[in-house]
Design a binder for this molecule. Structure first.
Ligand code: SAM
Length: 245
């Protein structure tokens, strides 16, 4: 890489935001011991015997690795300033094992998960972590269910629900599908200052989820895009901030 390009990368918006995120975590350390102490480790260990890996199930889903997942989810929460924010109502879509909401609950937030019940291990970990969850499925061009309340923050991490058909076919939601989804959340689920955080897996070749077309779409919706994440507020004309206190 040429020196000028290296220098540009070093001082790019993302690099500066990354450094500030890192600094913010360092200056506001979280003691994960209390989060770990509250977990019933024996029961967690037992889960793998009850729900052994299905043949062909992905190895990354070692959700009984408590320390690893607590650390990741503390960082996710810190990057949204949830360790410092006043109590918020949070909905996590595709909540998986429930660790993100467990951490958020520890920080005093009112949390709810939403996921399918295809993976029985997730139901069991969510229950052990004492996190409430509604079972359902996110479908293309279909409104989410009525949750009976609005949320200050709707999150989705390592999103999979936008895949249409089999993973290897590589078909996914179009910008029009995303527009329907974002609009549904904005109009029915978010409070007036509410935010929606979408965090995407990289693509199989390691590139960003945000193809030029998808980046343009999310930017047109007022998203603040940072690495794998798009943060959207209620008003497409106002770019929301990760920091909110
Ligand atoms: C890769 S896991 C991520 C779990 C968790 N968010 C995390 O980051 O650790 C994807 C999650 O999305 C859920 N999911 C996939 N498709 C879904 C759909 N159509 N509706 C709701 N949840 C879905 C899966 O069950 C799984 O819990």
């Amino acid at each position: 890489m040429r020196f000028s390009r290296k220098l540009r990368k070093l001082f790019s918006g993302d690099a500066i935001a990354s450094a500030s995120e890192h600094l913010s975590r360092l200056t506001h350390p979280v003691n994960t011991n209390c989060l770990l102490d509250d977990i019933d480790w024996l029961q967690f260990k037992d889960l793998r015997h009850k729900y052994p890996y299905r043949p062909g199930s992905p190895q990354i889903n070692r959700f009984e690795d408590i320390v690893y997942w607590i650390d990741i989810n503390v960082e996710r929460a810190q990057d949204l300033w949830l360790d410092r924010a006043p109590p918020l109502r949070l909905l996590d879509l595709g909540s998986g094992a429930g660790y993100f909401l467990y951490v958020c609950k520890h920080f005093g937030h009112d949390v709810l998960g939403f996921d399918t019940d295809i993976e029985p291990l997730f139901g069991a970990t969510t229950e052990l972590l004492g996190v409430p969850r509604i079972v359902g499925r996110i479908e293309r061009l279909t409104p989410l269910p009525e949750f009976g309340r609005k949320f200050d923050l709707v999150t989705a991490h390592r999103i999979c629900f936008h895949r249409v058909g089999k993973v290897r076919e590589g078909v996914e939601w179009s910008p029009a599908d995303w527009e329907f989804f974002v609009n549904d959340i904005r109009t029915r689920l978010l409070t007036p200052n509410g935010r929606l955080l979408l965090d995407f897996n990289p693509r199989p070749d390691g590139s960003s989820f945000f193809s030029p077309e998808l980046r343009a779409f999310f930017v047109s919706q007022g998203a603040r895009i940072f690495r794998s994440k798009a943060l959207l507020g209620m008003d497409p004309k106002v770019r929301p901030r990760f920091k909110q206190i």
